[in-house]
Design a protein around this ligand. Sequence first.
Ligand SMILES: *Cc1c(COP(=O)(O)O)cnc(C)c1O
Length: 455
Amino acid sequence: MTEQFSRRDFLSASSRAGLAVAMAGVAPTVLVGQGIAPDSKPAVLGGTPVSSASLGARWPVLQGEEETALLNVLKSGQWFRGSTNLNMVAKFETEYAKMCGAKECVATSSGTTALVSSLSALDIGPGDEVLTSPYTFIATINSILAHFALPVLVDVDLDSFQVDGKLVDAACSTQTRCLMPVHIGGNPANMDDFLEVGKKRGIRVIEDACQGHIGEWRGKKLGTVGDLGCFSFQVTKNLPSGEGGAVLSDDEVLAEKVYRCHNNCRGRRTDSFDFTYGVGRAVNHRMTELQGALLCAQIKHIEKYQAVRNENGLYLNKLLADIPGVFPATIYDGGVNAWHLYMFRIEPEIFGINRDLLLKALSAERIPGWGGYSNGNWIEFVRNAFDTPAGRRVYPKSVLDNWAERVGPLPLLNKLSSEAVWFTQDILIGPKQNMDIIADGVRRIQKNAAEIARM
Ligand SMILES: *Cc1c(COP(=O)(O)O)cnc(C)c1O
C-alpha cells in the first residue's frame, strides 16, 4: 500500500467515522493504526509511522445546541448577566454547582480572574505570601503577583508531578495567608496535606482546579475540597467557552464576597440599577451571557468525555509503565484524574535518549507530544515583576533576597520540566486502540534508542 493511498483511505474512513461519532456526540476521532509491528524500525529512522495520521481530535467539539443558544442571546440583546431573563450565566452557575456538589458558584471572565477574585475575597495583599506549585501555568503565579503578594513555591513530587504536600508546612511563614494547590494536568494534588496544614495554621485553601473539571478527591469533586475552587473554561480546557472561569465554594459568605470582588464591589443580590455601593476594592471580572450560553450547551457532555478519558488514561498508564525508563504521573490514593493532560516522564539514562529526542521521534510516528512547562525561572520572574517603583517600596531587595533563599533552587522542578512529556486531552477521547498505538510508538522508540541517539 503506498503512502498516498493509505492517506486517502484514511481520509475517507475518517469522514465516515467522524459523521457516525459526531451523531453519537463524541469527538470525531478515528482509529489510525497501521498494523505496524511494535519492534519494527521507528519512523524517525525511516520506518513507517505507527499512526496513519496525527493522533488527536478536533477541539472544541460542537454538540449541536450551541448555535441556537448563542443566537437566542444575540437576538435578545441581553448580553450582560445583570439585565436578562435568559439567565444563561446564572443557569450555568446552578448547573455547575450541582454537578460538582458545591453550594455556590460564581462564573467569571476567565480562570485567571477566578483566581484573582478568590484572592481578593481573602483580602490577600502586599506582603502576604501565597504558597503554590512551581509546576503550573503562569496564570497561577500572576494571580498572586496581581495582588502584590509573594508566591512561595514548593518543589514537586516527581511521581505525581504535583506540588509536594509533605513540604508545605515547612515552607510556611507567619506571612503565609493562603495555600493554593494546583491540580496540574487535572491530576489531583494531595489535598489531605493541604487541608491539614491549612487547619493547623488557620489559613484558607484555594484550589487552582483550572485543569481539574470533575476530577475527584476522596469522593468530592476537585474545586470543592478547599475553601474556594477555581476553574478555567478557556477553549483548550475540558469544559470550553473560548474564555471563562468559575469559583466554587460551600461557604456562602465567602462566595458572596467573591461575587462582590468580581463585580465592582456589588453583591449578587444587588439590583443592576442600585448604585449604592458595598465596601471593597474590586473590579469587573464578569462572564458574558454569550459565554454562559456556550457553557450551558457544553456542560451536558463533559461527564461522557470524562468517562472515556479516564478509561483511556488509566489504560495508557498501564501500557507505558511497562516500558523501561517511562514513568506515567501517578495518581494519589483517593484521587480521580480529570485528565486535562496525559503526562509522563522519562529517565533518559534508562530510556536511552533524552526527552527532546523522544519528542522528535514521537512526532515522526505522528503522535503529537509536548515538553510541557519550563522551570519558569520563577525567582528571576518575580524579581523582575517587582522591579518597579511600587514593587521596590513593597519589597526592598533584602526582602526578595530572603524570599529567594527560602524558595531555593527547586531541583525536582528542574528535573521534571526537562523530562516530562504531555499529550493533550483530545488524544484520550479516541478509541482505546489508539492508546495501544501510542504505546507501540513509545516502545519502538525505546527499543531503538541507541540508534536514534547516534542519528
Ligand atoms: C488555564 C489555567 C489558568 C488560567 O485560566 P485562563 O482561563 O486561561 O485565564 C490558571 N491555572 C491553570 C493551572 C491553568 O491551566
